[in-house]
Design a protein around this ligand. Structure first.
Ligand SMILES: Nc1ncnc2c1ncn2[C@@H]1O[C@H](COP(=O)(O)OP(=O)(O)OP(=O)(O)O)[C@@H](O)[C@H]1O
Ligand SMILES: [Mg+2]
Length: 300
């Protein structure tokens, strides 16, 4: 790969949400601040929505890291669960021991007891749910009921939902009016603007050990912004491919022609309207470069 060529100690633009690369600026910083303030104020329901690839899972992990020292956290990365499954998953996260065939009433009682115990110890409990747009309707209602558990002074359970915008559209339905009213804070993640995009690229390169002059020239940056719309996952994909192309051409800097070839080679960017399916085969397909684009990038 290109690591040695650009003197990098690790790949700078992987697709895994690694908190070591967290870029704490712009919309991501705002979102984190909103979350921390709302949690501190004891709000029951907080929601962060954002388009595919804008950084929700990374933000979710960053929040969990930050909360570790101050709160008990429970994390549901895949909440496509029926109400029973959801309560069981929460109980598991709270380290409650229970028999598989436990009745729902008893399970709720155990959850309440554990939450009350944490509250008596002065510890808040935060349930963080990623991919919340996949929660079935009846489980959303079950979640709302869980946040009903409270002492006279405060909620026993605070819930943070990270979701794609579909969730907002669903919550507009009449049957969710109660839940809608409970969401005290919501935040909508935005893609990076042109300035933030430039800093984002520099930031990731520097975490990956790059110490040289700017790797991307001005025209390449402008092209990157136009092609990705500032969506971090698309930025990572295009940066990774353009670095491969520049390396393949033995160039020390990434130019617009490398970016254009990377763009042509990337289905997810050329057809943003088609929802990008994150299957392993798609990821491999989008990360691989075709020989033709490599030849084009060097010959343009
Ligand atoms: N603030 C940020 N700092 C550093 N990298 C980021 C940031 N935001 C997003 N990324 C990177 O962008 C990529 C996509 O982020 P992530 O997987 O969190 O998106 P998502 O919103 O959860 O997407 P999906 O809707 O498909 O679940 C990851 O590689 C992640 O590391
Ligand atoms: Mg995600």
């Amino acid at each position: 790969m290109y690591l040695q060529h650009f003197q990098l100690s690790e790949p700078p633009f992987t697709l895994t949400p690694d908190t070591g690369f967290f870029f704490n600026q712009g919309s991501h910083q705002e979102a984190l601040n909103v979350l921390l303030v709302a949690l501190h104020n004891g709000e029951g329901f907080i929601k962060v929505t954002g388009e595919v690839g804008t950084g929700k899972t990374l933000l979710c992990r960053q929040l969990l890291n930050l909360l570790q020292a101050h709160a008990v956290t429970a994390y549901l990365p895949n909440p496509f669960l029926n109400p029973t499954g959801l309560r069981m998953a929460l109980a598991g996260e709270l380290r409650i021991e229970f028999a598989r065939n436990i009745g729902q009433h008893r399970l709720l009682q155990l959850i309440y007891e554990r939450l009350a115990q944490y509250s008596a110890e002065g510890r808040r409990v935060v349930l963080v749910v990623d991919e919340a747009q996949t929660i079935p309707d009846d489980s959303l209602e079950a979640l709302r009921l869980l946040t009903n558990l409270e002492t006279e002074k405060r909620k026993l359970l605070q819930v943070v939902l990270f979701a794609q915008p579909e969730l907002d559209r669903r919550l507009q339905r009449e049957e969710f009016r109660q839940l809608r009213q409970r969401v005290a804070f919501s935040y909508q993640l935005r893609p990076l603007d042109a300035g933030a995009l430039e800093r984002y690229v520099r930031h990731r390169l520097s975490i990956a050990g790059y110490r040289g002059a700017d790797l991307y020239d001005r025209r390449a940056m402008r092209c990157l912004y136009r092609a990705s719309g500032g969506v971090p996952r698309l930025v990572n994909l295009l940066c990774h491919k353009s670095l491969m192309l520049a390396y393949g051409c033995n160039a020390k800097r990434v130019s617009r022609k490398h970016l254009l070839s990377a763009f042509r080679d990337t289905e997810a960017v050329r057809h943003p309207a088609r929802r990008w399916v994150k299957s392993a085969s798609t990821l491999l397909g989008t990360l691989a470069l075709t020989g033709a684009s490599l030849m084009m990038a060097c010959s343009l």
